[in-house]
Structures are given as structure tokens and as C-alpha cells.
Design a protein around this ligand. Sequence first.
Ligand SMILES: C[S@@+](CC[C@H](N)C(=O)[O-])C[C@H]1O[C@@H](n2cnc3c(N)ncnc32)[C@H](O)[C@@H]1O
Length: 284
Amino acid sequence: MSGGGTAGGNERQIAYWNEVAGPKWIRVQAAMESRLTAVEDRLLERAAPRAGERVLEVGCGTGTTTARLAGLVGEGGHVTAVDVSRPMLEAARARLAGLAQVTLMEADAAFATFAAPFDLVTSRFGVMFFEDPAAAFANLRASLVPGGRLVCAAWGPIADNPHWSVPLEITVARLGPPKPRRPHAPGPLAFADRDHARTVLTQAGFAEIAIEPERVMLSGRSLDDEAEMAGTMGPAGALIDEKEADAQTRAALRVAFREALPGYADADARLPATIHMITARNPA
Ligand SMILES: C[S@@+](CC[C@H](N)C(=O)[O-])C[C@H]1O[C@@H](n2cnc3c(N)ncnc32)[C@H](O)[C@@H]1O
């Protein structure tokens, strides 16, 4: 594991992913990994890593996508997986032990310098947390070979993601609205606006930019797990923390989330969602 790449600007998110979101993610890790599998399938289909390629994965988290990338590039290829969160990297390290073609790197991807250029830079939900996204993506572009590709998944608008909008509405009704945030602030919805995402990538020097909405079915493990997830992660989870809700309120909200779930999930806990598939190339 190497350090470096923390020139400044993303300290709040780095602290958040180490002290708050990382530990919470680990608590719901199995359910989280289940629900995001469909997004990983789409991402890998689009990124199409080939045997022998060199890949940079941004915000690798607990390393589920990393493991699949490693299998696809094979022993003749290489995956550098970068993240700022120690708890997430610890889980990734346990999962990826023994895979010689993977290097885990604890660093801020916005500022890190990488040893060799990559054929592909990819990420599932790990590129929405930069304070200065154009500068961060320019750094990522500089790590690509000429003509190298960028393929990242980010969340689409909250209105098209009822697994978040419904719990958020319930929480706002009980606890009040969140503090106002500036548009496109770092967070899961930073690239929910396609025009903004396109502007960021253009400023970063990318060519052949496309930001395509894709419908996916998240696969929750059970409706009970999803009720727990709604109160832990995502916008409702963040608002519950912001309001410092007590245990009784949290429990009451979980019951309300569970009651609302059949309105947008099927009995197998499959939940419709919209992601933005972001693709671009480093000019040749
Ligand atoms: C929503 S999680 C996604 C994790 C993983 N890609 C997955 O889909 O399971 C976002 C990840 O991005 C990481 N992250 C946030 N800001 C980062 C930065 N500036 N550089 C590298 N990783 C970052 C977080 O620590 C976290 O692990």
C-alpha cells in the first residue's frame, strides 16, 4: 500500500469516508454488495477490460469491482485500486489477498501520481466526492495512455431513484429538511446533472464524452435489509445523522421505511434505479 496524493481540498470527504461512511458501509457490506451487483455488471460490460490491460480503479471501496477487474485483465494485466478510506481498504485487502496483479493504494485520486499510464480508468460510484472535479478528472486523464478510456458509473437524479427519494421524503416529513447545499456539491448525487458532468469532463480535457442514463434493478437481499439500508446510507441516512436523531426516532423511521418499500420494490427486494454511465477518452 502506498501513500501520497493528498495535496488538499478533499479533507472533509476523506474524514467522512474514514470516520462515518466507511464504518457504516462495512456494517451493511453484504447487503450493499448484493444491491450494487447489477451496476457492476453494466460497468464492466461497458468498460470491457481485456486480458493484459492496465486499469486504474478510483474509489475501490471494499474491492468487489477490483476482484472482477483482476480476473478480466488476468495475471498479465494489472489493476491499481485507489481509495482514501482505511476501513474500506482493509476489507478490500482481505478480499484481494493473493491476487498478484492488484495494487491497493491509499491516496486521494484527485492528486495521486501513478507509476505507469493506464488503458482504462474506471469506477463504480467512486468519482463523485471531489471538491474540484475538473482538476481531479484532469489528473485521472493524465494517468491514461493517449486514446485511453474512462468508464464510470454515478447516480442519476434522485427523482429517478425511489430507493432514495421515498426514504428521504419520509425523513424530511419527520425531521425537517437538510441544510442547503451548493449545487453539484461532493456527494453521491454530484453527477446527477448530465450537463454538469459533461462540463466537468470537457474542462478536464476529455474527448468523446457521453453521459447516458441507464435503468438498473438493484438487488436488495430482503425488504428488512433495505429498510436498514435506507436509514443508514444515502440521503435519508445522511439527514438522520445531520439531525442527530435518537435511537427511538431511528427505529420509528426504519418501520416507516419498511412499510413504504412495497410501493417501489418487488417482494424479492429488487429496486428500480437510474445511473449515469459516464464514458470518455483521453485524446490520442
Ligand atoms: C460509494 S463508495 C463506492 C465504493 C466501491 N467503488 C463500490 O462500488 O463498492 C465511494 C468510495 O470512494 C472513495 N473515495 C471518496 N473520495 C475519494 C478520493 N478523493 N480518492 C479516492 N477514493 C475516494 C470512498 O472512500 C469510498 O470507498
